[in-house]
Design a protein around this ligand. Structure first.
Ligand SMILES: [Zn+2]
Length: 464
C-alpha cells in the first residue's frame, strides 16, 4: 500500500489539513474557524452537506460504543439537516461523555458505486475535529463480519480500510467547522454496500472529547446534490459594537414575532451597553469575549440564562415584558458574559467560588442603578424590607452594592469583580475597602433603609 501526504497551503480563513491517504484515495479536510463558520457549512474544497445523497436512505447502526443522550439520535447524521450554530448538541450525534468513541455501521441496502464520502462536524473547541478510520465492504467475502466490535480488526473479517482521518490541528483546541471529503482520483471509490466508521475521541484530558458529528454523506456519481439546510429558516442579525471590536448576534428564528422588537429596540441597547459593561468591569490581563449571541427560545421556561457567551431568553416571558423589563433583563445577562468567573476555576485549582448572591447582585446593580435608574426597579420598600438582607441576591444585593458604592467606596464593584474573576474572592475584601465587614455593612445598610422608609410613610398631614 502506498502512502502519501497531501499538503495544502494555509489560505485566508480556511485551514486545510495534512493527512495520509491510501492507494489512490484522496482525503481533503477543510476547517472553518468558528469566527468564519456560517450555518451553510461552506468550505473551500469539500462540498457542502447534501440531503439527497445515498446515506439519506441508508440504515445507521451503532456497532460499538454508546450514544450520548445529550445529543441527537443517529438520524441526525443523515437527515439532511445541519446545526445552525457551533454548540447545538441536539443537532449532532456524538458518543457518550467519558468514552473513547465507537463504531458506526452504514448499510446502503445494496452495493452501489460510491463517488465520495463526506463527514461534517461543528463545535467551539475540542469536539470539532474528526478522528476516525473508514472501512468499506460489499459484504461478499468469506467470513464477513457485519458488526465487528472494537478489538476485532475489520480487515480480518471482510472489510477494507479506505481512509484514516485526523483533522486535529497542532497546539490548538481546534474549534470550528470541519468537512472531510474522501474520494478517488479515478472518480469512484468502488462498489460497496457497507461502511464502518471506527471513531475516536479527539482528546482524553476531560470527558468531552467525542466529536459533534453533524452529517455523513455518501455520494453516488452523477447524483444531483441538494444542499442540506438547518431545520428551520434562520432569522438572525449580526452587528458590530465599538467599531468592530465586538460582534453580537440576535437569533429570533424560533420566535419570529420578536424579530422586529429585537432588531429595533434590543440591538441598539446591546451595541451600546456591552462595551460599556466591559469597561466597567476590567481586570488585569483580562479580555472580555469579542463575540456573543442572544437567542430567543419558545421552549425555555423562566427569563434568561447565560452560558459562556451565549445568552438564551425565554420567549414567553419576554413577550409579556416588551414594554417593561425585557431589555433590562438582557443587560443583566450581558454582565454575566463579561464576568466569566467560571474561567478561574478551570485554570487555578485553588480558585475560590464567588457567592451566587454577589454574582447576581453585580449584574442587577449594573442593570438597575446604571442602565435604568429611572425605573427604581431595585428599590427596597415597606413591602419587602423585613426580608431584605445584603445577600438576598439579585436586586436586593444590587441595592446593597449601590449603597456601599455611594457610602464607602465608589470602586467596590470593580474591586470585587476583579478578585472574583481571578478566583480570589474573600470576605476580607470588604473590610480592606471600607473598614467594615460585609455583615456590618449589611446591618448599616438595612438601618439606613428603615430610616428612609419610616420618613416616607409619615402621613401627609404630619409632613410639614
Ligand atoms: Zn443572572
Amino acid at each position: 500500500m502506498k502512502f502519501h501526504a497531501i499538503f495544502f497551503a494555509v489560505a485566508s480563513s480556511v485551514l486545510i489539513i495534512t493527512m495520509t491517504s491510501f492507494a489512490e484515495v484522496k482525503i481533503v479536510a477543510d476547517h472553518n474557524r468558528n469566527e468564519y463558520a456560517t450555518p451553510d457549512f461552506k468550505f473551500r474544497k469539500v462540498p457542502p452537506p447534501s440531503k439527497s445523497d445515498a446515506a439519506t436512505k441508508a440504515k445507521f447502526t451503532i456497532v460499538d460504543g454508546r450514544r450520548d443522550r445529550n445529543g441527537g439520535n443517529l438520524d441526525k447524521l443523515s437527515d439532511g439537516k445541519i446545526p445552525f450554530e457551533e454548540d447545538q448538541p441536539a443537532e449532532n450525534f456524538f458518543f457518550n461523555a467519558g468514552t473513547d468513541g465507537g463504531r458506526l455501521l452504514i448499510d446502503l441496502d445494496h452495493v452501489i458505486d460510491i463517488k465520495q464520502v463526506n463527514t461534517y462536524s461543528w463545535h467551539p473547541n475540542t469536539r470539532g475535529p474528526q478522528v476516525y478510520k473508514l472501512y468499506v465492504s460489499d459484504g461478499k467475502a468469506d467470513g464477513f463480519n457485519l458488526q465487528p466490535k472494537r478489538g476485532t480488526d475489520p480487515q480480518n473479517c471482510g472489510w477494507k480500510l479506505l481512509a484514516s482521518v485526523d483533522t486535529r490541528p497542532k497546539e490548538r483546541l481546534g474549534g470550528g467547522q470541519y468537512g472531510v471529503g474522501i474520494c478517488d482520483s479515478n472518480g469512484t471509490l468502488g462498489g460497496y454496500r457497507y461502511l464502518l466508521f471506527d471513531i475516536s475521541r479527539t482528546e482524553a484530558t476531560d470527558p468531552f472529547g467525542n466529536t459533534f458529528y453533524s452529517e455523513i454523506d455518501v455520494v453516488e456519481p452523477n447524483a444531483p446534490v441538494v444542499a442540506a439546510t438547518t431545520g428551520i429558516e434562520r432569522i438572525w442579525k449580526t452587528f458590530e459594537a465599538e467599531r468592530g471590536k465586538y460582534r453580537i448576534s440576535i437569533d429570533t428564528s424560533e420566535t419570529p414575532y420578536l424579530t422586529e422588537w429585537a432588531h429595533k429596540e434590543l440591538a441598539p441597547v446591546l451595541q451600546k451597553w456591552y462595551p460599556k459593561i466591559v469597561k466597567m468591569l476590567p481586570s488585569e490581563g483580562y479580555q472580555a469575549p469579542d463575540k456573543l449571541s442572544v437567542t430567543f427560545s419558545p421552549n425555555m421556561r423562566g427569563v434568561a440564562a447565560t452560558s459562556g457567551t451565549r445568552i438564551r431568553c425565554g420567549a414567553g416571558w419576554f413577550r409579556q415584558q416588551l414594554q417593561g423589563e425585557a431589555k433590562g433583563a438582557v443587560v443583566h445577562e450581558l454582565v454575566h458574559v463579561v464576568q466569566q468567573y467560571g474561567r478561574a476555576r478551570r485554570t487555578n485549582p485553588n480558585a475560590t467560588r464567588t457567592p451566587g448572591w454577589l454574582v447576581e447582585g453585580i449584574a442587577d446593580y449594573i442593570r438597575w442603578f446604571l442602565y435604568e435608574p429611572e425605573t427604581h426597579g431595585a428599590e427596597v420598600t415597606k413591602r419587602n424590607i423585613a426580608r431584605a438582607r445584603y445577600d438576598s441576591s439579585y436586586r436586593i444585593s444590587g441595592n446593597f452594592l449601590n449603597w456601599v458604592t455611594e457610602t464607602y467606596d465608589k470602586n467596590i464593584v470593580r474591586k470585587l469583580n476583579a478578585a472574583a474573576r481571578r478566583g480570589r474572592y474573600k470576605e476580607s475584601l470588604w473590610k480592606d475597602a471600607t473598614g467594615h465587614t460585609v455583615q456590618q455593612l449589611g446591618e448599616e445598610w438595612k438601618r439606613s433603609l428603615e430610616k428612609k422608609i419610616a420618613a416616607e410613610t409619615v402621613p401627609a398631614d404630619e409632613k410639614k
